[in-house]
Ligand binder design. Structure first.
Ligand code: DP6
Length: 324
């Protein structure tokens, strides 16, 4: 057979207890457990075709041929799957995101989840979900969580077997909403991969990691009991702790801008007024405001008129990735 192909679709996710820092960068063994919500309405669609006529891997993102570090990262991930499966052919990878680049959604999560599923299928490698999540994790840590829908935890540990993702609750468990406030769509200056590395230069990283199991337990229980108030407090604390590490790393990473701060303050005021809403921020200036179906319209109304807000994207809790 000259060529074998497969196609998969995966959703991005937003972490409520965040992954920041590895105990092993090469294997992407996270220093702390993380918990996320898989997002619906946005996805990455990836087709992988192993083809014996190709002399090298090729990567197209939104129909544009990519070379350099982007191709290298995809090719390294294919190498891992080739090693596991015995597949020897090079591949063409075509990936499309349904959300704009720089929308404040980590595309590496849905990208490496979809790539893992499609490449394993095309290479005829049959792995269970847990093993697939470990493969995805080595492409991008947060991608392990996108192997499942709903509410998902990625375990931390000192070896590959220990660091797998699992579902805590399915998507219909709690119909939360994510109002993504888009403030800046330019590409971030420092990406997560180098941020994970420099996290250890911060005096706050060790205490943040030491306290992470406690935050994860509180978050897990708040999800189980659908306790919005507790979830809001722990998720904002966790996001603030990660940004405290970022700010105190060498070199310091400051992802916020004045609009980010005004969104954070507006969310606090809304909560004092009785709205169910909290913020969480990844490695960029855009803000994810998690709310309920009941308060979604009020939250969106209060945020869309703030100076500096470029756009608002609304997502619900999404399902597992699919092979097409
Ligand atoms: C702030 O998974 O993007 O979004 O493994 O280097 O691809 P790489 O990092 P990535 O890191 C995610 C960082 C975060 C928090 C989170 O999603 O848990």
């Amino acid at each position: 057979m000259t060529a074998s192909s497969a196609q998969a679709r995966a959703h991005p996710n937003i972490a409520l207890v965040k992954y920041w820092g590895n105990v092993n960068d090469a294997l992407r063994l996270p220093a702390n457990p993380s918990i996320s919500i898989t997002l619906d309405g946005v996805s990455t669609l990836t087709r992988v075709c192993f083809d014996s006529t190709l002399s090298a891997d090729q990567f197209f993102l939104n129909e544009q041929s990519r070379s350099g570090p982007a191709l290298e990262r995809v090719s390294n991930h294919l190498d891992l799957i080739r090693d596991l499966s015995g597949e020897t052919r090079n591949a063409t990878v075509r990936s499309e995101n349904t959300f704009p680049a720089g929308a404040g959604i980590a595309s590496s999560a849905s990208a490496f989840a979809a790539l893992t599923l499609a490449a394993c299928k095309a290479a005829d490698l049959m792995l269970d979900e847990r093993a697939l999540s470990r493969v995805a994790r080595q492409g991008s840590g947060s991608a392990a969580r996108s192997l499942y829908g709903g509410f998902v935890e990625l375990h931390a540990g000192h070896n590959d077997e220990a660091c797998y993702a699992e579902q805590l609750a399915p998507e219909h468990h709690w119909p939360l909403r994510d109002i993504i406030v888009i403030i800046d769509t330019t590409h971030k200056v420092t990406g997560s991969t180098s941020g994970h590395h420099s996290s250890w230069t911060s005096p706050f990283q060790a205490p943040r990691v030491a306290d992470a199991s406690r935050r994860a337990s509180i978050c897990r229980e708040a999800i189980r009991t659908r306790d919005f108030k507790v979830l809001a407090e722990i998720a904002e604390l966790d996001s603030n702790m990660m940004h405290a590490v970022m700010l105190t790393s060498t070199p310091p990473l400051l992802y916020w801008n004045p609009t980010t701060l005004s969104v954070m303050q507006t969310v606090s005021v809304l909560r004092q007024e009785g709205c169910e809403v909290f913020y969480t921020i990844d490695a960029g200036p855009n803000v994810h405001c998690i709310t309920t179906q009941q308060d979604e319209t009020t939250v969106q109304g209060a945020l869309k008129t703030l100076t500096g807000v470029k756009d608002i994207l609304r997502c619900g809790v999404g399902g597992s990735p699919t092979l097409l």
